[in-house]
Design a protein around this ligand. Structure first.
Ligand code: FES
Ligand SMILES: [Fe+2]
Length: 415
């Protein structure tokens, strides 16, 4: 479909959106709308890629797919994190074929053009004398590292991350995400549109009916002053807040608007970690922490990432769309870089709550997607506890409106 026609179709779908309601069907299921999502969102914004712990040594790399665009994120010889389009400057072959690895130099598997870790073309064998290698360096992607979290962008001119960086750093820096190691990592593919995956993450309305393992530790209220909060929660929250104030740990919700959220919230009485019994998952606490019960910093940023930062471990979730109806969700569990498996932590104990929870969430998103495909589907109203869905749909509608060149009018429930 021509670009102009696509934009027109997207604009039509946007016009059907009713603030405070789930999105029109086409935006979840239509292949053309999905192409628009890639162009309007994933090719213009910052995306969470990995933790620096995943690329510790020079030459360590990971790859990720942003629609058709493969990107390699690596540590160069000087220890700097860099990102490049994973497309050879000869005839375009993909260069790094694995999801992660270590390379002394990047060598294209097709005709063996050789690139330095800073992206420079070093050697193009059999090319004629006088061939100017300097014209064929790898195309760079933008990189920002925030307390060890690597965000990349393939946009020419991505939005500033300054506000995000300034707001979240005081919350997550005490957990020292950059002094960790990967304890476990897994990717699941959900047969659902990426927006349904994100929306499911933005509300805990579904938690009570679906997440018995998670609710051992997690309290479903998302705000310290949640109007539905019970006296028990208020009591736990009050004591936790007093302790965090004493320790100098920020906890009140950061002002992230529609872009991000960052808050520290307590666990259930007696629980300190995401384990089946609520007891710690790793005996060696992160960074220089000494207090095992710090609740969790819950941080997310649109479009593709949410995280939990606890006293004993960190979990990153990375979402990447594969097609209109398939989404890859990668989960990474990190512990202190000196923690020893079998001594300080047990992988099963560390991961079983969120492996179960992810699977439950996968089924919820898949069932949601199946239902949305029906001719009976029409957008339905958000509950008050789904307030973060308003933030998400508002952000999304604005992104798409900018893409179509139409005015973002009457998009939010508040307006
Ligand atoms: S396409 Fe990479 S060397 Fe030919
Ligand atoms: Fe869930």
């Amino acid at each position: 479909m021509m670009q102009a026609m696509l934009r027109e179709r997207v604009a039509e779908a946007l016009a059907q959106h009713r603030p405070g309601f789930s999105l029109p069907q086409a935006l979840y299921v239509d292949d053309d709308m999905h192409r628009a999502d890639l162009e309007a969102v994933f090719e213009t914004d910052w995306l969470f890629a990995c933790n620096v712990a995943e690329i510790k040594q020079p030459g360590d790399y990971i790859t990720l797919e942003i629609g058709p665009n493969s990107v390699v994120v690596l540590r160069d010889r000087d220890g700097q994190v860099r990102a490049f389009h994973n497309t050879c400057r000869h005839r375009g072959s993909r260069i790094c074929l694995e999801e992660k690895g270590r390379a002394n130099r990047l060598v294209c598997p097709y005709h063996q053009w050789v690139y330095e870790l800073d992206g420079k073309l070093l050697n193009a064998r059999q090319m004629p004398q006088g061939f100017d290698v300097s014209q064929y360096h790898l195309k760079p992607a933008k990189v920002e590292v925030i307390c060890g979290l690597v965000y990349i962008s393939i946009a020419e001119d991505p939005p500033s991350l300054a506000r995000f960086r300034a707001a979240i750093s005081p919350y997550i820096a005490p957990h020292q995400p950059d002094r960790t190691k990967v304890a476990y990592q897994c990717t699941i593919v959900e047969e659902a549109n990426w927006k349904l995956v994100i929306e499911n993450n933005r509300e805990c309305y579904h938690c009570a009916g679906n997440h018995p393992e998670l609710l051992v530790s997690l309290i479903e209220f998302a705000l310290p002053d949640d109007p539905r909060a019970t006296a028990t929660f208020q009591d736990i929250m009050g004591r936790a807040a007093a302790k965090w104030d004493r320790l100098g740990l920020p906890h009140r919700p950061a002002d992230g608007g529609n872009e991000f959220r960052c808050i520290r919230l307590p666990f259930n009485e007696g629980a300190v970690s995401f384990t089946m019994d609520g007891k710690p998952a790793c005996n060696k606490l992160l960074g220089d922490l000494t207090e095992p019960d710090l609740g969790s910093v819950r941080m997310f940023r649109v479009p593709n990432n949410w995280n939990h930062f606890l006293a004993d471990h960190i979990i990153h979730f990375r979402v990447l769309p594969l097609s209109a109806n398939r989404t890859a969700v990668k989960t990474t569990w990190l512990v202190h870089e000196d923690a020893v498996e079998g001594v300080d932590y047990d992988v099963k104990r560390l991961t079983e709550v969120w492996i179960a929870t992810n699977d439950q969430d996968r089924r919820l998103a898949e069932n949601n997607h199946l239902g949305v495909r029906s001719k009976a589907y029409e957008p339905g109203p958000y509950a008050p506890s789904e307030f973060m869905l308003n933030n998400f749909s508002d952000w999304y509608m604005r992104k798409m409106a900018a893409y179509c060149g139409v005015e973002a009018r009457h998009l939010t429930a508040a307006e």
